[in-house]
Ligand binder design. Structure first.
Ligand code: ZN
Length: 215
């Protein structure tokens, strides 16, 4: 048996380790990338660092959720508590008869990037997941149903992930929405089943919306 002491992992000084750890908690970032980013910042100029911290602070202080769809909106400087609508919800050229339900703002932006979807959005802020303790109350379902009381809405497209949780969410929503006399459709995935929707590129996504079927 090899009794030589195993090489110890280098221990970073605490303030540096804390930054590495903060990066590591971000999606898609492993230890190696986290360390590389932290070293990059360590060697960056004061100006580069303050532009980053400034942007992070702005996230919380200057952004609010759109009162209708939960997209992000820049807060009104004159009246920081004012409920606001996002540019999409305010755009008079959008088709108000179709509403697409997405899990997150990222998917909303992917669809917007394609420029081909002209309806409105509703961001659920997640998907049902009994294992992770996400029940209907934790999602923006009540807000969605309130919006659907507006008789102008004729169709709801369910664009949740083609995963078990995403499918269960779509099924749950369709059971609530259909009795309201609104057409419910599900996006047609040319996407591998099991893939979370945030990883789908915008072209595949808009094709999936165009090929939607009654649900
Ligand atoms: Zn909005």
């Amino acid at each position: 048996m090899d009794r030589r002491p195993r090489p110890q992992k280098p221990a970073f000084p605490e303030p540096f380790a804390r930054l590495v750890d903060a990066f590591r908690r971000l999606p898609g970032i492993g230890s190696k990338t986290a360390t590389r980013l932290a070293f990059h910042l360590l060697l960056s100029t004061e100006e580069e660092r303050s532009s980053l911290t400034g942007a992070l602070e702005t996230l919380a202080s200057q952004l609010v959720a759109c009162k209708d769809c939960r997209n992000i909106v820049e807060r009104d400087a004159g009246d920081p508590e004012a409920p606001l609508r996002c540019a999409i919800c305010l755009d008079p050229s959008r088709d108000r008869t179709i509403l697409i339900v997405v899990e997150d703002i990222q998917t909303l932006y992917s669809l917007e990037k394609s420029g081909e979807f002209r309806g409105l959005y509703h961001v659920l802020e997640g998907r049902l997941s009994p294992l992770e303790g996400v029940n209907p109350e934790k999602l923006r379902i009540k807000e969605l149903l309130d919006r659907l009381n507006d008789p102008v809405v004729r169709e709801v497209i369910l664009a949740t992930s083609p995963t078990t949780d995403g499918e269960a969410t779509a099924l749950y929503l369709s059971r609530l929405i259909k009795p309201m006399g609104i057409r419910v459709s599900r996006i047609a995935f040319g996407i591998p089943v099991g893939l979370e929707i945030e990883y789908v590129d915008e072209v595949t996504l808009i094709r999936a919306v165009e090929g939607r079927h009654p649900f």
